[in-house]
Write a protein of this length. Structure first.
Length: 217
């Protein structure tokens, strides 16, 4: 089974190098959003860009903002599994401050350059000691994409819950604190735990997919 993997806001496929899954990981790279494009329309373009509808044995994995995209894609293509890491399944799981920012339309007034955090702030919020990797990711961040993604995050409307969902959250996640009774919690996990807790997360996903495969035999 292939696992189509979507990285988080500002990140890229490098974060998936730390996972050791029993299935092939196929990174889905970000494409430039069109002007005023909605997250739903964007997700549909990714489906077309990567011919996801032609896949017949796959899961979709999304990290942070990539989890929102994974949810929207899963609502359309119905993968065998949807895997969310450091993310949310519905709008009700978003922190109140994020929803408030969306309602205020504040992001419309902020220049995109201001949205690039310092390495020290990012390191604190992401809760990681991988300063070199984080610094490289921040350096390569597309600020135009960042602003679009933040606006879509703060205004996300989804309340549809998915079947066959694996949702993994970290106890110490400052950006998207884990919510929902269906969340598997990682002790000491922060927002960047896909890197810092890669072994634990990999083992959890592998075990979950293996057990399900055995049950379906």
């Amino acid at each position: 089974m292939k696992i189509l993997a979507i990285s988080g806001l500002g990140a890229d496929e490098r974060i998936f190098n730390y996972l050791t899954l029993d299935h092939e990981i196929v990174p889905i790279k970000w494409i430039a959003p069109s002007k005023k494009e909605t997250i739903i329309a964007y997700s549909k373009r990714l489906i077309q860009e990567y011919n996801i509808l032609k896949e017949n044995d796959y899961a979709i994995l999304g990290v942070s903002f990539g989890g929102l995209i994974a949810v929207e894609i899963s609502k359309i293509v119905k993968p065998k599994w949807t895997i969310l890491i450091s993310s949310v399944e519905t709008r009700s799981e978003l922190p109140s401050i994020i929803k408030l920012i969306g309602k205020s339309k504040l992001l419309n007034l902020i220049p995109k350059e201001i949205l690039k955090p310092s390495i020290f702030f990012a390191q604190f919020m992401f809760g990681t000691n991988k300063k070199k990797l984080l610094k490289t990711i921040l350096k390569d961040t597309d600020l135009t994409f960042n602003k679009w993604a933040l606006k879509e995050l703060t205004n996300w409307k989804n309340e549809t819950q998915l079947p066959n969902l694996i949702k993994i959250g970290g106890f110490n996640d400052k950006l998207l604190p884990p919510k929902g009774t269906n969340t598997i919690l990682i002790e000491h996990g922060a927002h960047f735990m896909i890197v810092d807790k890669a072994v634990e997360i990999s083992n959890l996903i592998n075990k979950k997919l293996k057990n399900e495969h055995i049950l379906k035999k």
